[in-house]
Ligand binder design. Structure first.
Ligand code: FAD
Length: 302
């Protein structure tokens, strides 16, 4: 494919295009290549008109805050979209519901719910992504996940049309949604139950302390690398296969929680991915179980 330039290929926009845009600094792994073109729409109407008039043969990738994604070292082909803060609003919709923009951080939604006295959303405090990423991944922890709180999500489809999906339409399963590729989530209505703000706050603080103790949440990481196979814990299988602390270049299986891969400094995305494949091979040889990647891997090899 010929190199794209934003000016000659893409529709006019009120947002911003950037060519060869480095992504390292916005991804949790702090590794990987650049976006051929990074598009940041100004607002919902801008995103709609871009999607309606963009060249349909150019690949499209959406990024949240990159807490569950590995971008390969050769970067992302085509157009990468990141929603700016205009998509991060959180508003109250009565005593038990909030509408949150897809760029809102899950932790901000948890805090807004706590202040509004809406209980049951505090698990979001432990997930370092956005609502868009949480919808895509059916993110969850401590026994709750998006499936349990979603009333409806809105998305822009490949032709620029605003579509509404109920929780049933999302096809949620464990850390997975089954919506058609190419939908860009723009917001979600989530629901909890009336509760005492002080009690919610106490539960959130407990959850944060537990995560701090159990996970390398300050490391350059992509969160849980593999989904838990039915009836098993991925971290246990990895530990039993002798992979705790295993390294490849500057990538390491976390000593603290061995379903996390971490970048010790300047690991390449190739090191991180190859380390993940080493782990899969060792677990398969040790237990016969094939681990499946939870982390999304996108882009070209260098
Ligand atoms: C320290 C740490 C702890 C974590 N703990 C948990 C945990 O307890 N539970 C859990 O579930 N996850 C956990 N994660 C993983 C991660 O935070 C979640 O998967 C999160 O939902 C990803 O959101 P994101 O905005 O970072 O998405 P990204 O990582 O940027 O993208 C993930 C996927 O979502 C898609 N996506 C993002 N935004 C949109 C959008 N607007 N429209 C359509 N698709 C979109 C991307 O295309 C990609 O396929 C953890 C990660 C880290 C680093």
């Amino acid at each position: 494919m010929m190199a794209l330039t934003a000016q000659d290929t893409l529709p006019p926009t009120r947002g911003a295009y950037a060519e060869h845009a480095p992504l390292k600094d916005v991804l949790w792994f702090r590794a990987g290549g650049a976006a051929d073109i990074l598009f940041r729409p100004a607002d919902l109407d801008d995103l709609k008109s871009f999607m309606a008039s963009r060249p349909k043969d150019v690949p499209l990738t959406v990024l949240g805050v990159g807490s569950n994604i590995l971008v390969r070292d050769g970067g992302i082909e085509g157009i990468t979209i990141r929603l700016p803060s205009a998509f991060g609003q959180i508003e109250s919709l009565g005593p038990t519901r909030l509408r949150a923009g897809a760029a809102a951080l899950d932790s901000a939604v948890a805090r807004a719910a706590q202040m509004a006295g809406i209980g049951g959303l505090e698990f979001l405090r432990g997930i370092p992504g956005t609502i868009g990423g949480a919808l895509k991944m059916n993110a969850g922890c401590y026994g709750r996940e998006m499936k349990d709180i979603l009333v409806e999500a809105r998305a822009i489809d490949g032709n620029g049309k605003l579509v509404t999906l109920t929780a049933a339409d999302m096809g949620f399963t464990y850390r997975h949604s089954a919506v058609p590729e190419g939908l860009i989530f723009v917001d979600a209505v989530v629901e909890g139950a009336p509760d005492d703000p002080a009690a919610i706050k106490a539960r959130m603080e407990k959850l944060v302390a537990e995560r701090e103790a159990a996970q390398p949440i300050r490391a350059k990481t992509g969160g849980s690398t593999f989904t838990n196979p039915p009836g098993h814990k991925a971290w246990q299988l990895i530990d039993q296969a002798g992979c705790r602390g295993l390294t490849r270049g500057e990538a390491q299986v976390s000593e603290k929680h061995c379903n996390f891969l971490i970048n010790l400094g300047n690991a390449s995305a190739a090191d991180i991915e190859a380390l993940g494949e080493d782990v899969r091979a060792r677990v398969k040889a040790h237990s016969g179980i094939q681990l499946e990647w939870e982390i999304k891997r996108v882009g070209r090899e260098a």
